[in-house]
Design a protein around this ligand. Structure first.
Ligand SMILES: [Zn+2]
Length: 80
């Protein structure tokens, strides 16, 4: 929740920095464990990471590390 227009905005500017760092870490991690690819959903085409889990299943992740299944417009096409 952004507190905009407040004269007493005490939000720490390093928050954004921290967030950017976290995102960079997440991308580095995704690059390490997964393959950067383009989602094959015909209505999607987003850049995603495919990562194989220990149990052999493939997970698809957004650049921020969240599951791509949750916001892919073609998610239903990937579920068997
Ligand atoms: Zn997709």
């Amino acid at each position: 929740m952004a507190k905009q227009g407040s004269l007493f905005d005490t939000s720490d500017p390093s928050d954004t920095e921290q967030l950017a760092k976290l995102r960079a870490n997440m991308r580095a991690l995704l690059n390490k464990v997964g393959d950067r690819q383009v989602c094959k959903g015909p209505a999607c085409g987003a850049v995603v990471w495919f990562a194989r889990h220990k149990d052999g299943r493939i997970g698809i992740y957004n650049p921020d590390g969240s599951s791509h299944f949750s916001d892919c417009p073609d998610a239903d096409k990937f579920r068997g």
